[in-house]
Design a protein around this ligand. Structure first.
Ligand code: AMP
Length: 613
């Protein structure tokens, strides 16, 4: 992820001293990781002191106590659903001090969903500073491993998403949209580490085609200056390459003539692009020559020859994109710099050139108060088991940041300055090591998520409900669904969900393809709003595909799993498959396949807000 302005480690006076700033940032990391426990104690006391009078803490009887023991004894460990009534009050315009003594400045809409809608995370103005601080650590860390990054630019594909207003008038938008629109980003002073090929106007353009086109054009015309490339998530970066594959002729024409294609109508974008665009037939010939070649292997290093690394998150579900990135970048280092969420920005990777499989994030103890709920693996199935709700003892037994054990897995629980108290984030992390006293975590997974292509996160229960709705289309044909599973197919760009269905057909009328297509669309209509936004607005997810498999396929799947050591008694059909031989087995038995014929419905904002925005 790109670097933010150095709010926190600003050089004094006019003499700009990068080395000094880097040193200060690295010293900050040393200090807070060395004193991790003291910092955590202070953070909790600060949060509880300033919020001593808020309704939520009173409700649980905290009554001004700011010590860890009383906090752990009285405050429940919660999920979003527990908080929803309070969130709804805030969204509807209740400005009393419910969660936080600072005014809630906006809601950050998480890609995690509840009841099919994005979760709304309250935030306060000063959290922007905290996010900026985390960003400001990234390049000083990076500069220890890669020298000279200040001598060129970063080509990052960054986008804003649509925003909505709650009935009470608060803005609700994703955290990065909030950040890019903030003065922290827009009005950042010159800094060689935040020197991007994309002018702000191109990033802030709400039209995703115009935004991508103009960012790619600016990246191409400054190709020699580019030292690092990236996007937030791997999926976004691959989409940018795909965009280039589709639109390079237009882009080359613009480079040749020094004019911008007419489809780019946003005046501020046109003006910003014109500041960097000059007729350059030589460059146009070069780009055209490279794009025309049959193979796109190494296209990144061919078009941007000075690139030293690709800055994208490839941990968690994004690891599915590693082979594609390796192909396009000819094996450049894939760098995962940070771990963050709408609830809170968590930590940084202090060893950014490590292999993606070894990435660990050091949680920065000033960001929030962190606790850890131990996670266990089921014997036999090795699946993760985390209790849904905790008893009193379990609530008190949550582990503090400095007390986690090497190799153990935990669910992350945060208490934030913005008014989340002992909130379960839903991520499972494994302790991989320590930086001084602060643990470093591998990201293991998001709890329960079975399918993900971009920022969508579909869990088993949602998938089951969506399939149940779709199966209704089969009733008139006296057909029933005997088994199903799913697969996130990222070999297409954008990737798409695939469902494998095995049917039992008793009726004599054949089922027309249009009925299966209706099934596909019904599944999509039933999935959460992040999925549907990915389909409709971001175009980051392709049409859902349904593959009908021969009868007996799922028995074969079970035989195969048992041959690999699964227990017959415990065997359950997996609702999502990832293992290549299993996908091959399923694909070898497909009798027909269908795609969703159109996009599902999606509107910005929650459906219960009646789209008053
Ligand atoms: P959101 O609330 O939409 O911002 O999504 C935040 C979630 O994205 C986190 O809770 C993680 O599940 C996931 N995420 C964020 N950063 C990373 C990372 N570096 N590696 C893996 N997953 C991540």
């Amino acid at each position: 992820m790109p670097e933010a302005p150095k709010k926190s480690f600003k050089a004094t006076g006019h003499d700009y001293c990068l080395a000094e700033k880097n040193k200060k940032a690295l010293q900050f990391i040393e200090d807070v990781t060395t004193n991790a426990d003291q910092v955590q104690k202070r953070v909790l006391a600060e949060i509880l002191t300033r919020n001593a009078h808020v309704e939520y803490l009173h409700r649980h009887g905290l009554g001004g106590h700011t010590d860890r023991d009383t906090f752990k004894k009285l405050m429940p460990v919660i999920t979003y659903e527990d908080l929803q009534p309070d969130i709804t009050r805030i969204a509807n315009g209740d400005t009393s001090l419910i969660l936080c003594s600072n005014p809630i400045s906006e809601f950050l809409t998480s890609s995690g969903t509840s009841g099919g809608e994005r979760k709304l995370m309250p935030t306060i103005e000063e959290e922007l500073e905290r996010r900026s601080l985390l960003y400001s650590l990234l390049m000083p860390v990076m500069s220890q491993s890669v020298q000279g990054l200040e001598k060129g630019k970063g080509m990052y594909f960054l986008f804003i998403k649509s925003e909505a207003k709650t009935p009470g008038g608060l803005v609700a938008r994703p955290v990065l949209t909030s950040y890019y629109k903030s003065s922290h980003f827009r009005e950042r002073p010159y800094d060689p580490y935040t020197n991007y090929t994309s002018p702000n106007e191109t990033i802030l353009c709400p039209d995703s085609y115009q935004s991508m086109y103009s960012q790619m054009l600016c990246g191409l015309v400054q190709n020699k200056e580019v030292l690092r490339v990236g996007a937030v998530f791997a999926s976004g970066f691959i989409r940018a390459i795909r965009f280039l594959e589709k639109h390079w002729t237009l882009l080359c024409r613009d480079i040749r003539t020094g004019t911008i294609d007419q489809q780019i109508t946003d005046p501020s974008v046109r003006e910003a692009v014109m500041r960097v665009l000059k007729p350059d037939p030589k460059l146009a010939d070069f780009v055209e020559g490279e794009c025309r070649k049959e193979s796109w292997q190494g296209i990144i290093t061919r078009l941007w020859p000075n690139t030293k690394y690709v800055d994208v998150i490839v941990t968690g579900t994004m690891s599915q994109y590693i082979p594609t990135l390796d192909y396009y970048s000819n094996g450049l280092p894939l760098v995962c710099t940070m771990y963050a969420s709408s609830e809170c920005y968590f930590g940084v990777n202090l060893n950014p050139l490590c292999k993606p499989s070894e990435v660990s994030y050091t949680l920065i103890p000033t960001m929030a108060y962190f606790e850890f709920l131990p996670v266990h693996r089921n014997n036999g199935t090795n699946s993760i088991s985390v209790p849904k709700s905790l008893n009193d003892k379990e609530q008190q037994d949550l582990v503090d940041l400095v007390d986690v054990k090497l190799g153990q897995e935990y669910e992350l629980v945060v208490t934030t300055y913005a008014g989340l108290y002992r909130y379960r984030v839903g991520d499972v992390l494994r302790v991989a090591g320590f930086k001084n006293k602060a643990p470093q975590f591998n990201f293991v997974c998001r709890k329960n998520v079975v399918l993900s292509i971009d920022s969508d996160k579909t869990d088993e229960v949602e998938l089951q409900a969506a399939v149940k709705n779709a199966v209704n289309h089969l009733m008139p044909f006296d057909a029933t669904l005997t088994e199903y599973t799913s697969y996130a197919d990222t070999t297409t760009i954008p990737g798409h969900y695939v469902l494998y269905w095995e049917l039992s057909l008793r009726g004599s009328t054949p089922i027309p393809p249009s009925v299966f297509e209706d099934c596909c669309l019904t599944v999509e209509e039933s999935l959460n709003s992040v999925y549907r936004q990915g389909r409709v607005s971001d175009k980051s997810i392709g049409p859902l595909e349904m593959k009908i498999v021969e009868s007996g396929t799922f028995d074969k799947l079970m035989d195969y799993a048992i041959s690999l050591g699964a227990s017959i008694n415990q065997y359950k059909t997996p609702r999502c498959v990832k293992f290549a031989p299993i996908i091959e087995l399923l694909n070898s038995r497909v009798v027909s396949n269908y795609f969703s014929p159109k996009c599902p419905k999606w509107i910005p904002g929650h459906k219960q807000w009646c789209n008053k925005n």
